[in-house]
Write a protein that binds this ligand. Structure first.
Ligand code: HEM
Length: 459
């Protein structure tokens, strides 16, 4: 007799389909030609979970918000950072907050979290605006002389300065060029290795590998100096650097060793400026190409600020400015692709996923799914009205990820980005120089090509 009380059996998970690729290398050749286009095509042809081989390893591209939620939140323990992409990042930042896992990560996250509380960040607003006003003066000069500027370089210097001062109490203005150059070398080489499946440096280093080592050394020098300067003054400044330096293990009483401290500081310095700078660069590019949104932004700035620099109290009232940033992060999410290693067999959105394989997620892709984002390529900050946000699934939008490994600097970045846009857009209208069209350059983050050459015009 049939047991009528038994729950109906769940349908057997489906096997995801996907692009076939070539023997030995799988989809590497197609993906490296145009990774962003490849993400979009693969999801359009194979649905919410696609399967393929990247080299000899099996990977899945998860694009549906429910699948993203499953990986980042609901079954997060099954998806780790034991993935070769992080092995490469570890060669640069070692075992800092971004790359560590398990107990080490949890301890460090708990330690760093208070530095990112809303009240703490609010107290940093004045410093953020002060640094931006200095850049505004340089832009005013360029306005007078007609000289063009590299918008992306300006944004990098500004956000590096801000993160150095605000979180580490350090003046890193003189290091901008060294950090920028080193990070570019490292990003390009890391991505090149990843896409060509050369994960391990050769035994005999090439000129390219020597450049990588030099870049790494130069970043470490900056960080070592920042730490040494603080050690010369023993007082607790109450900032993130003091928290890291003074923290003692509850059981052993030990402090963080020098290498670990350097790893944490370098992680903050890099993760805390590159991403925000790219987002801001894209905002300028998009505003220059969308005059209606630019007009709405200017109207808000006139109404809220009336010509004076913004303060922390203005932040909640700069509603449209913030939406410009949100919509920029939708179209050009700096962290455009991330991967995780699958621990055990699992089912995502009804599809079977094998333990030992990789899961790839792309915010660039999910942020363009027409189901959640009608006319996805159109720049429309009003997609971020509270009603529209509430009507979408949480993980249709994840520029900062989500779940336990969500970006620790998200509120910092959103306030910083909004205040920078407001301070500069009040007085200047950067125009793209004639003949230049920004293209997305997917290195570790998503940069605009050619450093965004702009001519600064007055409002
Ligand atoms: C628009 C700006 C930013 C974007 C789009 C962004 C995005 C992200 C994303 C996607 C992750 C997850 C990475 C992963 O799991 O592999 C992350 C992690 C992280 N971000 Fe950000 N970030 C931004 C700004 C910042 C800022 C300003 C800081 C520091 C001041 C920061 C520090 C970190 C750190 C330390 C982690 C690792 C957190 C952990 O795993 O516990 N980020 N960020």
């Amino acid at each position: 007799m049939t047991d009528m009380s038994a729950a109906p059996r769940a349908p057997a998970p489906r096997i995801p389909t996907g692009p076939r690729g070539l023997p030995l290398i799988g989809v590497v050749r197609d993906a490296r030609k145009d990774i962003l286009g490849w993400f979009l095509r693969t999801a359009a042809e194979h649905g919410p979970v696609a399967q393929y081989r990247f080299g000899l390893g099996r990977s899945y591209l998860v694009s549906h918000p429910d699948g993203i939620k499953h990986v980042l939140q609901d079954n997060v323990k099954n998806y780790t950072k034991d993935h070769f992409s992080y092995a490469m990042v570890r060669r640069v930042v070692g075992d800092g907050l971004l790359t560590s896992q398990g107990e080490t990560w949890m301890k460090q996250r708990r330690l760093a979290q208070p530095a990112f509380h809303r009240a703490r960040i609010t107290a940093m607003a004045d410093q953020m605006v002060r640094a931006t006003v200095e850049l505004s003066e340089q832009w005013a000069e360029a306005q007078r002389t007609g000289e063009s500027r590299l918008g992306a370089v300006d944004m990098m210097s500004l956000t590096l300065r801000i993160v150095g001062e605000a979180l580490l109490g350090a003046d890193v203005r003189a290091d901008t060029e060294a950090v920028g150059h080193s990070f570019t070398v490292i990003s390009e080489q890391t991505v090149e290795r990843f896409r060509s499946l050369r994960f391990i440096p050769p035994v005999l280093p090439t000129a390219y590998d020597r450049a990588f080592r030099d870049a790494n050394r130069s970043l470490r020098q900056v960080v070592t100096r920042v730490i040494a300067e603080r050690r010369a003054h023993t007082e607790d400044r109450g900032d993130l650097l003091s928290m890291f330096m003074l923290a003692q293990d509850e059981e052993t009483g030990e402090r963080m060793d020098d290498t670990h401290l350097q790893d944490e500081v370098l992680t903050m310095l890099l993760a805390g400026h590159e991403t925000t700078a790219n987002a801001l660069s894209w905002s300028w590019a998009l505003l220059a190409q969308n005059s209606e949104a630019e007009r709405t932004l200017h109207a808000e700035l006139d109404a809220v600020l009336g010509g004076r620099p913004p303060t922390a109290e203005d932040f909640p009232r700069l509603v449209y400015t913030r939406r410009v940033l949100d919509e920029t992060l939708r179209l050009y999410p700096p962290a455009y692709a991330l991967s995780r290693k699958v621990v055990e067999d699992d089912v995502i959105c009804g599809y079977q996923v094998r333990g030992g394989s990789s899961v790839d997620m792309s915010a660039y892709l999910t942020h363009r799914l027409p189901e959640f984002w009608p006319d996805p390529e159109r720049f429309d900050p009003d997609r971020f009205t509270p009603e529209k946000v509430a009507a979408r699934p949480r993980y249709a939008y994840f520029p900062f990820l989500g779940g336990p490994r969500q970006c620790i600097g998200n509120n910092f970045a959103l306030m910083e980005g909004t205040l920078i846009l407001a301070t500069l857009a009040q007085h200047h209208r950067p125009r793209l120089v004639e003949g230049y069209t920004p293209r997305p350059e997917p290195v570790i983050t998503l940069r605009p090509s050619g450093h965004l050459p702009v001519r600064i015009t007055p409002r």
